[in-house]
Design a protein around this ligand. Structure first.
Ligand code: BGC
Length: 764
């Protein structure tokens, strides 16, 4: 193709690792189908923000000059448990160009390659909690840029960022903002080249205000996200038009950080007041600050054009006083590719709820679909469904989801732009769609609630046969991470953690992180980060992808995948946003459900996390999320609700933080009242790794593990309260009060044992 002899020599150096990679791939369970899905997901995630003069797609035979060190030092994923995968191989941008046979400026590439390999400038790997958020950019001279422009008409500039667990983004240059070196690179390259494309290798929204400064000096901006092991290949699929970009933003990009509604109440140590209530992301911008958005939620361009038509809209008739939450509405649309290239489109169904007693956002996302690849001129008819549950509001006075009376206007948009009316549904009288119980506020008599719902003695013979020690063992993990009961590199084991339990046929349950792939001391596929997954708006693709991860789990013998990570992107600085999906609960919930269905197809378990409100990394173990009941129900729990109802996960993980003063791992209302009783979750609830010590305010004799088990947080992971212990050490808090009047009851221990045994039956 467009490559030269000189380029071939650079290519040979780029691909020096190929043999090793092949060996690793053979040791892994990663097959061609998984690779193809990983690549497709990373390509479908790409969001094209700008494409003036149709500078993209590039042509393989036209040499491109690639600037920015991330062309080699690619950020494939974020940091911490969620990204710490050992992939069999990694494809950076330059290897992607090589693989697809695209011509690039080999001299420039060689300059970057040599520089990035020079020990003085080599990218720092960092260490836990201190990983680099960006790498210092290679300074370029005007001469170098001019020399590159002699043979290359188009310049590509790569900007990369990463953050992670225990590693919050910061409002500093090199994290949320560009560094001075990056700015001068942009200045220098845009001063010389007429065609400049910026590629953003990020896991999370960063400041994009600078794009305005360059205006028409910058022709295209493509966010490709941290794309996992197939990053370079997937990016080239889009850059060269093998696939038209079809990702849409899963978050709003504000003009300035200060414009986000949570920015005044984020990052505090002890607590954050969620003063913005339900007005998170586009719910806030649309309603109060339209002009503060640079690129809206749902935005994304293509190389082709689409036209939409609404064919019909159906809504249920309401006869009963309590409307069933499953009552469905559906819009039928026809999407036609009116452009000249094949491509996929995303259609969003929005609902504008009537103003009433409760304040409403201008619009909320009610549903979405993605088309298949449409050839030029081709059409597809699709149905977008939504439900009454999705468009109801939570009324704190009645502790119920209600539909206030008035007009519910539905409309559809494509790429976040012009709206087409789909239909209006009017109700004359307010309806309750679901009666709930007041929960997670201080004005509930929690003690009375708990006592009233004490479980009965369990008569199951196996449960009856369990000793106190065995019952205790079923409420905690084996002790430490990388348990010797499971595959190397696991995150811990629970279930059959005692010899005596194993003799009774209760086997150990092995957990391993996610979500960007399996974190084991084995080679496993590294997938595109969660934000990118959400931007695909393609539930089916994500489900298929994770079905392959489920197969890897079978191969490596691990049972519980510690993912999806699915906290709401409340604020763009949250270090783990890359693991999570979106600012919107529906998109987040649907994507999480897709991951769960995929993983569980193999008979294994998914473990959505972190339930709930783990919206920042700073002081995540002590921070209190002070949030209204309504915002909880409509935003921060809603995504988990959708995931539980539609994905039916076998396990779930609580978060480290407190919600309204109560740590999630002690939160009876969160885990029993809402998750189990209201949503019907019947699996195992595990803690995030270790937990904070505390006493129950309702039952002051109960401490730590007893307090937790009463809440029905079944299993403490990885087991010991002592983080440094090499094997399990009981802290004695669970059994201490057994038999005392308000102490832990045997029936409560049996309830947890039953939950764990049920899980074992459901695992294959
Ligand atoms: C993280 C979890 C993870 C667990 C096990 C915790 O620190 O918050 O997301 O699954 O460790 O690695």
């Amino acid at each position: 193709m467009g490559s030269s002899l000189e380029q071939d020599s650079v290519r040979a150096k780029n691909s020096g690792r190929t043999q090793d990679e092949e060996k690793r791939r053979q040791e892994s369970a990663v097959d061609e189908k998984e690779i193809a899905l990983a690549r497709a997901a990373a390509a479908e995630a790409c969001v094209l923000l700008k494409n003036d003069g149709h500078v993209l797609p590039l042509k393989k035979e036209e040499e491109v000059a690639v600037f920015g060190r991330c062309q080699y030092d690619w950020f494939y994923v974020g940091y911490g448990s969620g990204g710490d995968v050992n992939p069999p191989y990694l494809v950076n941008l330059m290897e992607g160009l090589d693989n697809c046979g695209a011509a690039y400026n080999w001299k420039l590439a060689e300059t970057y390659r040599t520089w990035t390999q020079d020990p003085r400038y080599a990218a720092d790997a960092g260490f836990w909690g201190h990983w680099p958020m960006s790498h210092p950019e290679m300074p370029v001279t005007e001469e170098l840029v001019r020399a590159a422009a002699l043979t290359s008409k188009t310049a590509l500039i790569v900007i990369g960022r990463a953050a992670g667990e225990d590693r919050e983004n910061t409002r500093t240059k090199g994290s949320y903002y560009l560094t001075d070196e990056e700015t001068s690179l942009l200045d220098q390259v845009t001063a010389v080249f007429d065609r400049v494309v910026v590629v953003m290798d990020i896991g999370n929204i960063m400041d994009m205000a600078w794009t305005k400064n360059y205006a028409d000096r910058l022709q295209a901006i493509l966010i490709c996200w941290q794309g996992g092991m197939e990053s370079g290949n997937a990016l080239c699929d889009v850059l060269y038009g093998d696939m038209a970009p079809c990702g849409r933003l899963a978050d709003s990009i504000a003009v300035h950080y200060e414009d986000y509604s949570s920015s005044a109440n984020f990052g505090n140590k002890e607590f954050n007041d969620y003063a913005e209530g339900i007005f998170v992301g586009y719910r806030y911008f649309d309603t109060f600050a339209k002009d503060k958005v640079l690129y809206p939620f749902g935005y994304g361009l293509s190389y082709t054009d689409f036209q939409m038509e609404v064919l019909s809209f159906t809504a249920p008739e309401l006869r009963e006083k309590i409307a069933t939450p499953a009552g469905e509405m559906a819009a039928s649309v026809r999407v036609t590719n009116t452009g000249s290239r094949p491509g996929k489109d995303v259609v969003l169904l929005w609902c504008s709820q009537p103003e009433g007693r409760m304040e409403k956002a201008t619009k909320i996302l009610a549903g979405f679909v993605k088309t298949k690849t449409l050839a030029p001129g081709e059409s597809e008819e699709l149905q977008i469904k939504t439900s009454l549950a999705q468009i109801a509001s939570y009324d704190e006075e009645q502790s119920a989801f209600v539909l206030e009376k008035g007009d519910y206007r539905f409309f559809i948009t494509e790429g976040g732009e012009d709206a087409l009316q789909a239909g209006t549904w009017t109700i004359e009288e307010e309806r309750i769609t679901e009666q709930c119980e007041k929960a997670m506020t201080r004005d509930v008599d929690l003690k009375a609630r708990i006592l009233e719902r004490m479980p009965e003695e369990n008569k199951d013979p196996l449960i009856q046969s369990l000793s106190d020690e065995e019952l205790e063992a079923l409420t905690r993990g084996h002790g430490m991470m990388n348990s010797d009961l499971g595959v190397e590199g696991n995150a811990g084991a629970f279930g059959g953690v005692l010899e005596s339990l194993r003799e009774k046929g209760i086997r150990p349950v092995i957990t391993s992180d996610g979500p960007a792939g399996l974190r084991l001391a084995r080679y496993c596929a590294l997938l595109i980060c969660g934000t990118g997954q959400a931007c695909t708006f393609n539930e089916r693709l994500i489900e298929e992808l994770y079905a392959k991860v489920g197969e890897e789990m079978v191969y490596h013998g691990t049972d519980v995948f510690l993912g999806p990570g699915m906290n709401i992107h409340r604020n763009p600085l949250c270090g783990r946003n890359f693991e999570y999906f979106s600012e919107d609960p529906l998109l987040s919930g649907k994507m999480a459900a897709a991951v769960v269905r995929g993983i569980q197809r193999s008979g294994k378990a998914a473990c959505p996390k972190h339930f709930a409100c783990n919206n920042q990394e700073v002081c995540r173990n002590i921070n209190d999320a002070r949030v209204s009941e309504r915002a909880l129900r409509e935003i921060y729990l809603k995504n988990f609700e959708i995931c539980v109802r539609e994905g039916n996960p076998k396990t779930i993980m609580t978060s480290y933080n407190k919600i309204n003063g109560v740590w999630s791992h002690y939160n009876y209302d969160l885990v029993t009242t809402v998750l189990r009783r209201q949503w019907g979750f019947d699996g195992v609830v595990i803690t995030d790794w270790w937990m904070k010590k505390s006493k129950s305010p309702e039952f002051p004799e109960l401490e730590d593990n007893a307090y937790r088990v009463r809440a029905q947080v079944d299993v403490l992971m990885p087991g010991s309260m002592n983080r440094l212990a090499k094997s399990y050490q009981s802290d004695g808090t669970l059994l201490k009060t057994l038999g005392q009047p308000e102490g832990i009851k045997r029936a409560e221990l049996q309830r947890t044992a039953q939950n764990v045994l049920n899980l074992l039956k459901r695992l294959s």
